[in-house]
Design a protein around this ligand. Structure first.
Ligand SMILES: Cc1ncc(COP(=O)(O)O)c(C=O)c1O
Length: 400
């Protein structure tokens, strides 16, 4: 092998779309592809709580020395508290090994490395469909990947019976990846009763849940969004949880996330943490400290914390409002069709049901960029683009 004969890798489907959008000269183009929050001006802003935390850090930070391998200790406490709730110390009583990670992706990959080494041969079951990077992350770590049926196109939601039946048949010892809330790409989450059943099944059958918690606060609120996780954790002896502050604190490029390994006994937590640290040491040695320091500053300061809660709520409400407006805009144009599913779905994404041909039509004819499979980033809509996008979607639906 020489470097000069390495062939190009395929472009990342979502980031490649952003690239294509950037090069599109049409003035009325609209990017509803990439999964980042956008405000009414179409920007992905730095939250005010983060700007103020930057100022605090500027005044108080005395060193850029390496963070410990498992990250800034206070960050670990705050990340666990955020994911598991304020009572997490009682809830888990020493059973949580927390590690700061470079975003949710970093947490998933480290979890995958741990699984491959300590559950060799165990398959990781992913929902169909799922975030397009899941398969790559687990496969790259050497974990066999399988799929379980998740989204029901007929009801545009999750059918608890079919989901639970599928999870009954996952072999003991395998791993099941579950989106805690705001399922990417469908926006369809199981209901509370289904989560209870899934917890019973996991406990009885003996598969390990790996929770991906990337959108906490974007569904029904911080506490509401963790209720599914807590329901299952009350039933299963062990679990992995990947969390991310990319979306809910707008810290995307700072790479802030955490891996929580919840063990059956407190005695098991320390060895697991030591193995996770060994994995990290050979991957990137230790995590970037700045983003986590910002998050700690916000979470540990009552004033900044309150400001963050308000800003997060504003983001959540903007997305919910956009869902209402998109559903109404389409229903006005096509009254014979039911678009209520757009309002029912949670988080940034709506699985529109548009075919790949219609997605291509939208991009090529109208300059409206959405992800193959029909995922629309609802947060990308503005009052200025809503009518144009609704007209374009209707035209796409009529085109084939
Ligand atoms: C379901 C899901 N998991 C994980 C991630 C990764 O998040 P991060 O950007 O923090 O690595 C994303 C990001 O889009 C996601 O949608």
């Amino acid at each position: 092998m020489t470097l000069s004969n390495i062939a190009s890798a395929p472009a990342d489907p979502i980031l490649g779309l952003t690239e294509a959008f950037r090069h599109d000269p049409r003035p009325d183009k609209v990017n509803l592809g990439v999964g980042v929050f956008m405000n009414e001006q179409g920007a992905t802003p730095v939250l005010e709580c983060i700007r103020r935390a930057e100022r605090v850090l500027w005044e108080t930070e005395r060193t850029k020395n390496y963070a410990p391998i498992s990250g800034i200790p206070e960050f670990g406490v705050e990340a666990a508290r955020l994911a598991l709730g304020p009572d997490f110390h009682q809830l888990a009583a020493g059973r949580v090994a927390v590690t700061q990670t470079p975003g949710g992706t970093g947490a998933l990959r480290i979890g995958a490395e741990l699984l491959r080494q300590f559950r060799p041969g165990a398959a990781v079951w992913l929902p169909t469909p799922t975030w397009e990077n899941h398969k790559g992350v687990f496969t790259a770590a050497g974990c066999p990947v399988k799929e379980y049926p998740y989204y029901d196109a007929a009801t545009r939601g999750v059918e608890p019976e079919a989901l639970c039946q599928a999870l009954e048949h996952v072999p003991a010892g395998d791993v099941v990846l579950l989106h805690v809330c705001c399922h990417n790409p469908t926006g369809a989450d199981p209901d509370a009763a289904a989560w209870t059943r899934m917890g019973d099944i996991a406990a009885r059958v003996g598969w390990l849940p790996f929770f991906d918690f990337a959108y906490q606060g974007f569904g029904d609120g911080l506490a509401e969004d963790r209720s599914s996780l807590l329901t299952m954790l009350a039933k299963v002896p062990e679990a992995l949880v990947s969390t991310s502050l990319s979306k809910n604190m707008g810290l995307y490029g700072e790479r802030v996330g955490a891996l929580l390994a919840i063990t059956e006994t407190p005695a098991a937590a320390q060895p697991v943490l030591s193995q996770i640290k060994r994995i990290i040491r050979t991957l990137y040695s230790n995590p970037p400290r700045h983003g986590a320091a910002l998050a700690c500053t916000v979470l540990g300061n009552p004033e900044l914390h309150d400001l963050w809660l308000q800003e997060l709520e504003d983001m959540r409400l903007r997305i919910a409002g956009n869902r209402q407006r998109l559903a109404a805009g389409l229903a006005n144009r096509l009254p014979e069709r039911d678009f209520a599913f757009i309002v029912r779905q949670k988080g940034m994404f709506s699985f529109s049901g548009l075919t790949d041909a219609q997605v291509n039509f939208l991009r090529e004819e109208k300059g409206v960029y959405i992800v193959k499979g029909g995922r629309i980033n609802v947060a990308g809509l503005t009052q200025g683009t809503l009518d144009y996008v609704c007209d374009a979607i209707v035209a796409a639906m009529r085109s084939s």
